[in-house]
Design a protein around this ligand. Structure first.
Ligand SMILES: NC(=O)c1ccc[n+]([C@@H]2O[C@H](COP(=O)([O-])OP(=O)(O)OC[C@H]3O[C@@H](n4cnc5c(N)ncnc54)[C@H](O)[C@@H]3O)[C@@H](O)[C@H]2O)c1
Length: 420
């Protein structure tokens, strides 16, 4: 027996896993996405999200209860609709145009008793101010009263086999008690544990705290790594030693910069809102952004110095980058620091080859040749740079065969290895 009709707007990293889980929990799922090529691929059983294998998508399609579409009219008659569209920045300010478009397009299909939930990361107030107004205007109905409206932040961690949608606690909220109950009931069917909070604003802020916390702590350890290098102290060993403290310390590791859809963007939603409503700066966020943004340039300077010690200019050198994605074990290159590093090195005249087992060909930066991790490639490179440490790569082989390794992730060991 079907649990009802679930519509998931946006079939990307967040929406597709939710759609699949919805089918498995017993809903009839309609996945609405404006990207025609994505919808065609999904309908053909071709998953573009690594955490969703084609076999899982095939089972959902085979059940007859998963229907990907570009047409909002297919949302008609829904019981629950979850919106998972992108929330990027435009000129440093939140770009809510995707939420606006989704709200306007969905509104005609909102009916009494249905539930609409926003999952996109955004600043506090978006659900109750923006989305509510759009849905009420387009439907002629009200919330609270006629339909239920809530917010539940997404915590999906692409490439993480331990913490998946279903076993990661889900924070849930509603615009009133009745909406909270409906939102909670829905998620209790798809995840193991829900965490109800008092308002949509609290739930929206929860997500921003989580990502701002990461952004700030990564920046702290990145700055420490740069300073420790100048002080000639092994920061990696110090972090490992500090991490043995069983209380009061949480380990973060340095890296070549942050990328993707969350860390470089979400804290800016918070600082933008603080500036807009309070006229103040969120100084931790500003500083963390500045430091993390500086990391690709720092990596390039360190590689330049490393080549210089061998009597080589960057110009004309052959460099092998390991990992182009912003996150290990994924192929996601959105705002990846590897892209920035590549452009800077290319501008200095380097020839860039890269090992990226997860890459989709059309996302690889221009001029980069994708190669396999072979002894020949390692030996032929003037420098091998560990940018993103995918677990599938053989780092012993890298350290053994390469002449000079610049390792931004501390995966290789040996006299020929320089760590960030
Ligand atoms: N990717 C993550 O790891 C992650 C984790 C937590 C939260 N989030 C948040 O979740 C939201 C979605 O992120 P994502 O990574 O899934 O993005 P994504 O780009 O992978 O997917 C979004 C999808 O929405 C579609 N879309 C855009 N506008 C639309 C519209 N008006 N109607 C229908 N479809 C539309 C796009 O075509 C795309 O396929 C963002 O707010 C993001 O910050 C992402």
């Amino acid at each position: 027996m079907s649990l009802g009709k679930l519509v998931v707007v946006g079939q990307g990293y967040v929406g597709l896993p939710l759609g699949m889980r919805g089918v498995e929990a017993g809903f009839d799922v309609t996945g609405v996405d404006l990207d025609e090529s994505r919808v065609k691929r999904l309908a053909a059983g071709d998953s573009f999200i690594e955490d969703i294998p084609a076999s899982r998508l095939g089972r959902a399609l085979g059940s007859g209860r998963y229907h990907p579409t570009t047409d909002y009219a297919d949302a008609a008659g829904f019981d629950v609709c979850v919106i998972t569209v992108p929330t990027p920045l435009r000129d440093g300010a939140p770009d809510l145009s995707h939420i606006e478009q989704a709200g306007v397009a969905l509104a005609p299909y909102v009916r009494p008793g249905c539930t609409v939930i926003l999952e996109s990361t955004t600043y506090p107030g978006t659900t109750e101010e923006l989305l509510r107004r759009l849905l009420e205007t387009g439907s002629g109905l009200h919330s609270p009263g006629d339909f239920h409206l809530g917010y539940s932040p997404e915590r999906i961690d692409p490439g993480n086999p331990r913490w998946r949608l279903e076993n990661t606690p889900k924070v849930v909220s509603g615009v009133d008690e009745a909406a909270l109950r409906r939102v909670d009931e829905f998620y209790q069917r798809v995840v193991e544990r829900t965490v109800p909070v008092d308002s949509t604003r609290v739930a929206e802020l929860t997500k921003l705290i989580e990502n701002t916390f990461r952004q700030v702590n990564i920046a702290l350890i990145n700055e420490l790594a740069m300073l420790s290098h100048e002080l000639d102290i092994d920061v990696w060993q110090a972090i490992e030693a500090a991490a043995t403290k069983p209380f009061g310390f949480m380990s973060f590791r340095p890296g070549p910069g942050v990328g993707g859809h969350c860390l470089p963007i979400d804290p800016c939603y918070l600082s933008w809102q603080v500036k807009r409503t309070l006229g103040r700066q969120f100084r931790f966020v500003e500083l963390a952004n500045e430091i993390n943004h500086q990391m690709p340039e720092h990596v390039v300077l360190r590689i330049t110095a490393g080549l210089n010690r061998q009597g080589r200019p960057v110009n004309g050198s052959r460099l092998l980058l390991l990992g182009l994605a912003y996150k290990k074990n994924t192929g996601d290159m959105r705002d990846s620091p590897a892209v920035d590093i590549t452009r800077r090195l290319q501008a200095l005249g380097a020839e860039i080859r890269a090992v990226e087992p997860h890459a989709e060909a059309d996302h690889v930066p221009a001029g980069v040749v994708i190669v396999g991790l072979t002894e020949h490639e390692l030996r032929a490179a003037d420098a091998v740079v560990v940018v993103t440490d995918h677990d599938s790569l053989d780092y012993d082989l890298v350290a053994r065969e390469a002449g000079y390794v610049f390792d931004a992730r501390s995966r290789c060991h040996g006299d020929n290895v320089e760590r960030l």
